[in-house]
Design a protein. Structure first.
Lengths: 374, 283
């Protein structure tokens, strides 16, 4: 081998080592792969160094480029990170950066969580949300505080146990009220007798309540009070919302019957029926047709108190439903009510409001039924 | 009890004796001559460096001689440097392994080994080995040329000996030392891995990745390039000691020894300053 060739081989070999070293360190810092830059702000970086790893989902996919102190005392430390292009699809605007430690005493690194699929993509130099790092010293302080507290708690427990022991000793020896209760048979016998007496009293009270209910029922039929209930149109206000639904189904209706409340009810503010025979067409349709759900939708005009009108529409819907159920043969579970309240009438000109019977085809699903609301 | 006068030399007690106040004239003279000698040596070195620099900027540039010296000082030092690097790598791996295991930080071994080799061990071992081999070689070669009056003959034939003999050797040392350091680093890491994998098998790729995980360019390039300064020191002192050889064969021997001793010493001293310097500029 000539002198020049030997020298050339030596130079090439050592420069190859140099290139390998440069490439190895450069690829660790992502100098030779396409990257983009992100920022995150922290109150403390707990010793994070420039060049530290950035992990996305635990995979090393970037490095910390620089760490900048804030200009003002109330500012935060900004960490600039270079990330591999391939993580661009994973990291979104709602990804969270956190500084973590390998093991308890290992190197610090930045961990970035995956974003949610619908969140917007990050752009070059965007700042993502961060969560404060766990500082071991703070953790120690907290643990110390907890230990102090638990020590106090244990001291208290010791005192309480001593008291309990003293109390149980007294009870055992028949001292005091509880001691007497535990140790004296006489008190038990008296208590037993008292309980038996109480039971009899409750039985009598039950009989009394049933009798009172019957009396009330009779009073409703009494000519003095009958008028009130008759004028109101219904007797039991606790059943107003029994068949009510909260909203109409989304399906297109099969057929809709619309009636003016003026034709069906006696007065503008009651649910007392007047000319229910005009509902016959709708009842007949329900009896003849296969349907999924039918809803009696009632609304009032634009005048009157909103809360009263809501109750009124619920009551009218119930009255119409009762009429249809008792006069035509179909499955009454399929007929629902909906009181819309004030001013939501299909015909806004009507001061009395309207009654609609909307029939939906088979397979219609009700989103939500409310049978509990009053 | 003996009288103090018989034990203590007369000149130490001269003030008590009431003689003229001219203490220790012979000691002062000898200390002064050492200091003077030292200062003269540095002055001559400065003059020598100036001559070399002045010669370097004039044509012709002696390319053929430079290549010969690059080969002589560079390629031919490679086996020695590679062997020294490999031995140091293996020793470091074995030694630091036992101490790291004691602290439960065995996984840090690759990083510790790579960091220590590329930062300090590789450059300083290369510097010392080359100063031994090349420093002695240059000192002896130029010294014997000086005592056999070959240097005067070169000068008489119209060739500048500072350029032809000194400049080529110094430049060869400056260029080759970083390359030799890279070779020493490589062999050190390789044999460090071999020593580690014989105890606990680990793949070379994983070892290298773990080792270079926290490394930055300033960890790698600055320590490697600082060996160019070592090269300058070795070449300069070797040539200087060789070209100021006096006397016959004994003078040649003295030049060879002193160039090795002085260049090793100055390499180590320069390392102290350069480490601090690099820490300041590449934190």
């Amino acid at each position: 081998m000539s002198r020049a060739a030997r020298l050339g081989a030596f130079i090439i070999a050592t420069l190859a080592i140099l290139a390998a070293g440069v490439f190895l360190i450069g690829s660790n810092q992502y100098l030779f792969t396409p990257t983009y830059r992100l920022k995150a702000q922290f109150a403390t970086v707990v010793g994070l160094d420039p060049g530290a790893e950035v992990r996305v989902g635990g995979v090393h996919s970037g490095s910390v480029r620089s760490i900048e102190l804030p200009n003002k005392p109330d500012g935060k430390i900004t960490v600039l990170m270079d990330l591999q292009r391939s993580t661009h699809n994973i990291i979104k605007r709602d990804s969270v950066a956190a500084i973590e430690t390998e093991g308890l005493l290992g190197n610090e690194y930045v961990s970035i969580s995956f974003g949610s699929p619908q969140a917007p993509n990050v752009k070059e130099d965007d700042t993502i949300v961060s969560e404060p790092p766990l500082v071991i010293a703070d953790l120690m302080k907290k643990a110390d505080g907890i230990l102090d507290t638990s020590q106090e708690a244990l001291n208290n427990v010791t005192v309480v146990t001593a008291n309990l022991s003293s109390i149980s000793g007294k009870i055992n020896h028949g001292q005091g009220t509880i001691g007497a209760l535990v140790n004296d048979k006489k008190i038990y016998t008296q208590l037993d007798q008292t309980t038996a007496g109480l039971r009899d009293t409750v039985n009598h009270a039950q009989v009394g309540v049933v009798a009172f209910q019957e009396n009330m029922e009779a009073m409703k039929q009494n000519f003095l009070l009958r008028g009130f209930f008759k004028n109101r149109g219904y007797e039991d206000s606790s059943e107003l919302a029994k068949n009510e639904i909260t909203q109409l189904p989304q399906t297109a209706p099969l057929k809709t019957f619309t009636f003016e409340s003026k034709l069906l009810f006696d007065k503008v503010d009651t649910a007392k029926p007047k000319n229910q025979k005009s509902l016959r067409a709708a009842g007949q349709f329900l009896a003849d047709t296969e349907f999924g759900v039918a809803v009696v939708v009632v609304s009032t005009g634009t005048t009157g108190d909103a809360q009263k009108d809501l109750v009124l529409t619920q009551a009218r819907a119930m009255v119409v439903r009762d009429y249809l159920v008792s006069n035509f043969s179909f499955d009454d579970a399929q007929l629902k009510t909906l009181g819309l309240g004030k001013g939501k009438s299909a015909n806004p000109d009507s001061s009395w409001g309207t009654v609609e019977i909307i029939v939906y085809p088979v397979d219609t699903e009700l989103q939500q039924t409310s049978s509990t609301s009053p | 009890m003996m009288s103090p006068d018989t034990r203590i030399p007369r000149r130490w007690t001269s003030l008590d004796a009431g003689q003229a106040a001219l203490p220790m004239p012979s000691t002062l003279v000898s200390v002064w001559s050492v200091i003077n000698h030292f200062l003269e040596w540095f002055g001559d070195l400065g003059l020598f460096a100036w001559q070399v620099m002045r010669a370097a900027v004039r044509r012709p540039f002696e390319g053929r001689e430079l290549i010969r010296q690059l080969d002589e000082l560079g390629s031919k030092s490679l086996p020695l440097v590679a062997l020294a690097g490999a031995a140091i790598g293996a020793v470091l791996s074995l030694e630091s392994r036992s101490s790291l295991v004691r602290f439960g930080a065995k996984s840090m071994l690759p990083a510790a080994l790579v960091y220590s080799i590329i930062h300090e061990t590789g450059p300083i071992v290369t510097g010392l080995v080359v100063s031994g081999r090349v420093g002695a070689g240059i000192g002896a070669e130029l010294g014997s040329m000086k005592v056999t009056e070959q240097i005067d003959a070169i000068e008489a034939s119209g060739v500048n000996p500072y350029k032809f003999l000194a400049f080529t050797r110094i430049v060869a040392c400056i260029l080759m030392l970083p390359l030799l350091t890279l070779a020493a680093d490589f062999c050190g890491v390789l044999f460090g891995w071999i020593a580690e994998t014989l105890v606990e098998p680990v793949s070379f790729l994983r070892f290298i990745n773990q080792g270079f995980a926290g490394a930055s360019f300033s960890d790698f390039l600055a320590p490697t390039l600082r060996t160019a300064v070592f090269g300058l020191i070795i070449g300069m002192i070797g040539c200087f000691q060789g070209m100021r050889t006096k006397g016959g064969t004994a003078g040649v021997g003295f030049s060879a020894t002193s160039s090795v001793v002085l260049s090793s010493l100055f390499v180590i001293l320069a390392d102290v300053i350069l480490v601090k310097f690099i820490l300041v500029f590449f934190p």
